[in-house]
Design a protein around this ligand. Structure first.
Ligand code: PLZ
Length: 444
């Protein structure tokens, strides 16, 4: 299997997007539904390490990892080799018709590496949204209850149930209702915006949530609490310390299934294998996707055996869930994460980024908050009184893009710049990317 090495240096030889990309963009507009956007429409030819190459010969620094997917880098040779080997043997039988070992192997690995040493089971699916949908199905079936609790700023997907779980209307929900019922939204422990200050945020937010669940829904009616242990699309909001453990304790005491949505935070991204590990939180069910398979579409729900096995035979599934090629890629990618100590590398990336960004924030008051863990770091841009500054963000992003830095935004108010580099990016590229970002602020 010939895997071409992608040179690890930035190269900007045309305007960005260049002429060939603009030509492709014209074809795309005529062929692809307008509803699907692209952050930076440079058309990709190759990618690897921390670099994305485009049709015009540019080499861009990747601070996005395809939204936290290519944790092991793009086209990791081990992932490519295992997937290709599987592709050459069979492409599909459907696990529900004729099963295969690759699926079982991924479930065994997930049961081993997810938080908690209790007995677990897993199911494999295609996308993060599908994983979250299935976690809710499992929780409802196991508890015989219906209500689902979610949080402000949450993102869980674009399917009907997960749209209902997602907080932000535009662009995710506008015009797409009616939404699924029995979804209840609670305040989020958002330290930077907590009225009485970050130090009070954890306990106060937990008390509010517990009070609202008890008074407005009735704890006995709640099947599941679903939460991202660091919110992704919502703006990399790290819940204040103590919040998650308090919610877990309340769930345990009331027979509520605690579901950690680790679709964006999973697989070494945050400097732990899972973000829950940070405070020793053990979820009853955990949903994963993105970083699981080095870029191939795969997702999973993993959880307590008694909950997972509570669903009647034939109650869960899907034609493509646990596709053999995606499973082979996942096994290779999970092995790479462990053998290359990408957890450790994510921590190094976090230290480097947080150090530089905190300095940058001292020079530029428009950077109101620097937060995140590991290779999941964000800055929140504000005017006076912490008013969100989405226009400044647009300016900064546009400059960074023009210089060949792939950078994403996030946040309910569209004022958060998020950084999610592949965990295999080198320090040189990281620093060069941060230099470009610093230039962008200097030019404001
Ligand atoms: N849960 C926590 O972050 C996907 C969405 C991008 P899918 N996040 C990126 C977009 O605009 O569509 C995500 C997530 C969390 C669930 C999902 C959904 O995962 O694989 O996109 O369905």
């Amino acid at each position: 299997m010939a895997v071409t090495e992608v040179a690890q240096s930035r190269r900007v030889v045309t305007e960005i997007p260049g002429p060939k990309s603009r030509e492709l963009q014209e074809r795309r507009v005529a062929a692809v539904a307008k509803g699907v956007g692209s952050v930076l429409p440079v058309y990709v030819t190759r990618a690897g390490g921390g670099i994305i190459e485009d049709v015009d010969g540019n080499a861009l620094i990747d601070f996005g990892s395809g939204i936290a997917v290519t944790n092991v880098g793009n086209a990791d040779p081990r992932v490519v080799e295992r997937s290709a080997e599987q592709l050459g043997r069979f492409t599909h039988t459907c696990f529900m018709v004729n099963p295969y070992e690759a699926y079982v192997e991924v479930c065994e690995a997930l049961n081993r590496i997810t938080p908690g040493d209790h007995e677990k089971r897993s199911i494999l699916l295609n996308s993060g949204a599908e994983a979250v949908e299935n976690a809710v199905k499992i929780a409802r079936s196991a508890t015989g209850r219906q209500a689902v609790v979610v949080f402000d700023h949450a993102y869980h997907g674009r399917t009907n149930l997960t749209m209902a779980l997602t907080a932000k209307n535009m662009p995710y929900k506008q015009g797409f209702g009616p939404f699924a019922g029995e979804v209840h939204r609670m305040p989020m422990a958002y330290p930077y915006r907590w009225p009485t200050g970050p130090e009070n945020c954890g306990p106060e937010a937990a008390a509010m949530v517990i009070d609202q669940i008890t008074k407005q829904i009735g704890a006995d009616n709640v099947a599941a609490v679903v939460i991202e242990p660091i919110q992704g699309e919502g703006g990399f909001i790290e819940p204040a310390p103590g919040f998650l453990p308090a919610i877990v304790e309340f769930c345990r005491a009331n027979g509520i299934v605690f579901v950690a949505d680790e679709v964006q935070t999973g697989f070494a991204r945050t400097g732990d294998m899972f973000a829950c590990d940070h405070e020793g939180v053990v979820p009853d069910l955990i949903t994963t996707a993105k970083g699981i398979a080095g870029g191939l579409p795969l997702a999973a729900v993993t959880g307590r055996a008694e909950l997972m096995d509570a669903v009647h035979g034939g109650g869960l599934g899907g034609t493509y869930g646990g596709n053999p090629t995606a499973c082979a890629a996942a096994s290779a990618s999970l092995e790479a994460i462990e053998s290359d100590d990408l957890v450790g590398r994510a921590r190094e990336i976090g230290d480097l980024m947080l150090g530089r960004l905190r300095k940058l924030a001292e020079e530029h008051p428009v950077i109101g908050d620097v937060r995140g863990r590991g290779a999941m770091i964000a800055i929140e841009l504000v005017e006076e009184d912490r008013t969100p500054a989405p226009k400044v963000l647009a300016e900064v992003l546009s400059y960074c893009h023009s210089q060949g830095l792939v950078l994403l935004s996030a946040g309910t108010y569209g004022n958060v710049i998020r950084m999610l580099p592949p965990l295999v990016i080198g320090d040189d590229l990281l620093n060069e990317g941060l230099d470009i970002l610093a230039d962008a602020f200097a030019r404001l």
